[in-house]
Design a binder for this molecule. Structure first.
Ligand code: HEM
Length: 567
């Protein structure tokens, strides 16, 4: 009886249906119109006379590419809508399209309800951006901290994803300006001091593997991510926490939670997010109930950070009493957290919340990027067993002579080339060197970009371009050793060059690349000396690069690799 009755409960008067339908269509129309209008309003004008047009004119008139930086795939409202859709699900594809059309110039990509981003393609324009001072074009994460047009919002969505950590509206915080220099001065210059413990951390992570009949199958991304989280945490917070499983899990979950939350925030209009509580509410909702719950893992991280900071306070008090560092600390490498914390307490350069905010950002900059690089390289090695023997011969010879040291890593030139080729084909994102114009930026082609314009370079497509690489789509693990032998400069993994932009360019290029390189080489060296690597099963879908969200590639979390003990 109940079964017969309940459908009747769903019968609504046809007027309500009609109203709901009209309402839904109106919402869609308003959203679509808002998307087109905001895209057109935010686009960078070349000819300032165009600024005088109103919203309606903006919406109705197809923009003239002589007045404005052209969109990648057309200027009319339908083309703009298509590009919004395409960019969200396949950013690299849209960027490729723009690059093909505007190789000798620049183009713009629309981002949902946010700024468009001007993509510089012509080498001279890219070179101009590389040499531009930070006061004119500031690094990207601080876009919403810069006093630019309020519509401009940053890639990391710091105001919404990490509210309260950095002073609002204060621009690029001093702490973030200082950390790259600290990393160059400590992590890079004293890399040798970090290596023994990081090496140990890699081996401890290997001990968690479970072999069955001399074989073991692991999720490739998770394996790479866990190794880097453990060894990277040593450099950031010291040996004790780098062995703490609760902390390590929270680090990994928090980074992925932050990425997910940022992506959800991307799709929400700024005006909504700026309304009180809404941005925070969306942040809470974005990962709630998933294993990457950003807020739950942040709570755990904060607990551990506070405990570690209390230990630093004790150590600092004891050092002050004895007027020198404790003997057991004399040869320890600098812990990034300790350095930031000490500067906050002793020199009052920044607040504790800024220290924590910077740590959370650094975890992302350090751990996710390096894990992604390692993941791509391990997946390629599993697919290409022909590289195992030459790489193994190289690492075994060098490790026997030098042990796990920076000097040893520097000598591994075949491995260096292999890793660089993997990153050339599998960068974490299709755009690099994000900058935002703080003042008007005059480009060499006469165009002036207005303050607030987000700029970047299409690194993914450049790294697969036949203008820079012979047979660019083919994987050649020894491509870069061959190039070096033929006299090419800047062929090492850590070298920056116009055709290899994985680490960015100019003064803001990644200061952690030497650390990333050493870490990845040590992991490879240990794996190659112990195991053969293979792809278990026949087909496991793409290695990397087929899935994307905006310009970011998403790792294939389902991809497994096999490790087989050497006979
Ligand atoms: C394979 C691993 C890595 C990749 C692909 C990578 C990539 C990048 C890229 C593309 C940038 C922006 C460069 C630009 O805007 O021109 C960057 C900046 C940065 N990276 Fe890395 N990174 C990696 C590893 C690391 C590590 C291990 C650390 C820490 C030890 C680190 C710390 C930083 C910092 C602090 C910045 C900001 C630099 C600035 O604003 O001046 N990165 N990284």
């Amino acid at each position: 009886m109940a079964m017969q009755n309940w459908p009747n409960g769903l019968v609504l008067p046809s007027g309500v249906f009609l109203l709901s339908f009209v309402l839904a269509i109106s919402v869609i129309l308003v959203t679509v119109t808002a998307l087109v209008i905001t895209s057109k309003r935010l686009v960078n004008d070349i000819n300032t006379a165009h600024n005088t047009s109103g919203y309606l004119v903006d919406f109705l008139l197809p923009s003239n590419s002589q007045d404005r930086v052209p969109f990648a795939a057309g200027q009319n409202p339908f083309a703009i809508l298509y590009q919004h859709y395409r960019f969200v699900i396949d950013g690299p594809g849209l960027i490729n399209k723009g690059y093909v059309r505007f190789k000798q110039g620049l183009f713009e990509i629309p981002r949902t309800f946010r700024f468009g981003q001007v993509i510089l393609c012509k080498p001279e324009l890219i070179e101009g951006l590389r040499t531009t001072r930070s006061a004119v074009a500031s690094p990207e994460p601080w876009i919403d901290q810069v006093k630019c047009p309020p519509t401009v919002h940053l890639l990391l969505q710091i105001s919404h994803v990490m509210p309260g950590y950095f002073p609002k509206g204060g621009g690029w915080p001093a702490i973030a300006k200082t950390t790259p220099g600290v990393i160059r001065g400590t992590v890079y210059k004293e890399l040798d001091r970090y290596i023994p413990s990081m090496d140990q951390a890699i081996l401890s992570q290997f001990h968690t593997l479970q072999f069955n009949d001399d074989e073991c199958s692991v999720g490739c991304f998770d394996f790479a991510y866990s190794i880097v989280a453990r060894s990277g945490s040593f450099a950031m917070v010291g040996s004790q926490l780098s062995q703490n499983e609760e902390y390590l899990k929270a680090v990994k979950d928090h980074i992925l939670g932050m990425i997910m939350t940022t992506r959800v925030q991307f799709l929400v209009p700024d005006c909504l997010k700026r309304a009180r509580y809404i941005g925070g509410f969306i942040s809470h909702l974005a990962t709630l109930g998933t294993r990457w719950d950003m807020h739950a893992s942040r709570k755990i991280l904060l607990k551990h950070f506070n405990a570690r900071a209390a230990e630093y306070r004790d150590e600092m008090a004891s050092e002050e009493l004895n007027h020198q560092p404790r003997p057991e600390d004399m040869h320890k490498p600098v812990e990034i957290f300790r350095w930031l914390y000490e500067s906050s307490v002793l020199r009052q350069r920044w607040s504790y919340s800024e220290v924590i905010g910077e740590m959370l950002l650094l975890q992302f900059a350090f751990i996710y990027t390096t894990a992604y690089g390692l993941y791509g390289a391990l997946a390629e090695l599993a697919r290409r067993p022909e590289y195992i023997t030459p790489l193994r011969e190289e690492v075994e010879t060098i490790l026997t002579e030098l042990g796990p040291t920076v000097a040893a890593c520097d000598r591994m030139i075949l491995l260096d080339s292999f890793l660089k080729e993997c990153q050339r084909l599998h960068p974490p994102a299709a755009v690099s060197a994000h900058r935002v114009c703080v003042t008007p930026l005059q480009l060499s082609n006469g165009i002036t970009l207005k303050p607030g314009t987000h700029v970047g370079v299409p690194s993914g497509v450049i790294q697969r371009s036949s203008e820079y690489y012979e047979n660019p789509e083919a994987f050649d693990g020894f491509r870069f050793v061959k190039r070096a032998a033929a006299g090419a400069k800047d062929s090492r993994f850590v070298d920056l060059s116009p055709e290899y932009l994985v680490f960015g360019m100019g003064v803001h290029a990644c200061p952690g690349r030497w650390m990333a390189s050493a870490l990845m080489k040590l992991v490879f060296a240990h794996i190659l000396t112990r195991w053969n690597v293979f792809l278990p099963g026949s087909s496991q879908g793409p290695v990397t690069g087929s899935l994307s969200f905006e310009e970011f590639y998403v790792p294939n979390f389902g991809l497994k690799i096999g490790l087989r003990r050497r006979k």
